[in-house]
Write a protein that binds this ligand. Sequence first.
Ligand code: RET
Length: 249
Amino acid sequence: MNSILTADLVGLDKIINSDPVAITFFIGYMAMFASAVFFFAERNSVDGKWKLSLLVSGLITGIAAVHYYYMRDFYLETGTSPTAFRYVDWTLTVPLMCVEFYLLTKPFGAKGSTLTKLILASLLMLVTGYIGETSGIDNNIFWGVVSTVGYLYIVYEVFAGDVAKLAKDSNSPALGRAMFLLKIFITLGWSIYPIGYMVLPGNLLSGVFDVSSIDLFYNLADAINKIGFGLVIYSVAVAETAKNRKAVA
Ligand SMILES: *C/C=C(C)/C=C/C=C(C)/C=C/C1=C(C)CCCC1(C)C
């Protein structure tokens, strides 16, 4: 009887029987999809340079929506974590988030080399994180530490490196506000990922949480960082657009 159930029916069954991981894949997919539509549609209501920022937010959530569609199916079919899909998603969307940081500071003189450094650091973080998740119990702490070096470099750039210096010299209240929030996302929002990673067998939090909760951490963090950060940029864009239009009128 079970063999005739498609992934979708199995999925509905699991969701009805409240499998929290399945539920967050399902909600994550819907939320990413709706956010992408929202960011694309709202491009028309903001001024020039912000249109590109909203386009990038739409791409980030749109790419995530497609991956969540497949990750949800993979999880429902196999009951295991869709690690490879997860890292393909991040390898596309994290560099795009670096582009978001760059676009915020570009009007104040950010250089392409800053963007390159951020992207290289994020690739180091993700490639070594993937090796750690797939290389087994003995090595995941080592690769997690290497990955954290890439993460800490990005934190450094935003708090004390090029990005921070440009924001400081800009004297722009709007950028100041965006930077304040960006720092919260990078430190608190992004730190949820390494906590999820530490649930892996052999790592520091293994046994404290069920191993399937790794996907709960990642799904929660993705919603906060992809949708939440997109909304923050959106609110700054709307406020700046209104201010400019008032100044012109
Ligand atoms: C939209 C996706 C985002 C913002 C993903 C961010 C991912 C991280 C900040 C991952 C960080 C990791 C570490 C710092 C160490 C352990 C391995 C990772 C890859 C989970």
